[in-house]
Design a protein around this ligand. Sequence first.
Ligand code: HSE
Length: 329
Amino acid sequence: MKIALLGLGSVGRGVARVLSDPAYGFVITAAADSKSGAVAQPGSSLDMDEVFSRKAATGRCGDTAWNAERIVREAEYDILVEVTPTNAQTGEPALSHIRTALARGKHVVTSNKGPVSIAYPELAQLAAEHNAALLFEGTVAGAVPIINGLVHGLAGNKVLQLFGILNGTCNYILTRMEEESLTYAQALDEARDLGYAEADPTYDVNGTDAAIKLVILANAVFDMGVTLDDVIRIGIDRLTPDALRMAGTTGHTIRLIASIHPEKRLLEVSPRLIPKDHPLVVEGTLNAVTVETKLAGPITFIGRGAGSVETASAVLADLLAVKERYGGT
Ligand code: HSE
């Protein structure tokens, strides 16, 4: 199937790398960064090594006659892969890209949290009206298949509660403060160097990023119809190494926990004390989610919540699901 790839940053590179394996059966026919676009001749596909080399040399992946908007509207593709940077306030420009593609009857796969957290009900309806797929596994917990795990793996099994570590940056900061007695500011600097933090890391440390992921899960998996304002949010920005030391004296640690209680309609992100041997106590940038299920008790998912190829693995799973359902051209 033919892919239009919007966003050539860390995730876009990962997607291009993964899709370069012809065994998956996808070709990239159009690609755009924030300044330009490249479109393959009809019947052929883009050489992505060439596209990235051009971008490295000139700052642009293609020519300015094309850009993301024009590609979405006019280029030939079956699936739009939207991995441009997240805008948590407006969802733009990704929200418009996704709307336009779905209205053309094109499938959309995205790891972009902004548009899905802001407009999931509208986008899902648009997708249904145009018989198009809208999949976004990579928006929550990166490589960890939490959305597919809940929707398909645990189909029919009622989830009583969900608790998770959904922000790798905060988890890294807390781990480093605890292990090395770093201050909050020192640990945040390290996390930024690792490239996990959002462009504005305030969104990570004040709990917004984890809250956005909760909204996506709440709406797409539990059909709760909520917005970011429905999430109680307390970040880790005021935590001191002393608080972590004190927690340690009773065999506990502190983690930023995101939780959903679907029946009570409760959504919360806050630092909580948890026993050090609890399965949710993961180190570094890992994510972890425990779901309390009615039929099978607790089930915990753990893995890499961000990263280039890691997020691309979630995008690939969605692409293969589209291919299986809608076939290829
Ligand atoms: N800033 C996010 C995190 C990236 O630290 O988890 C993945 O959504």
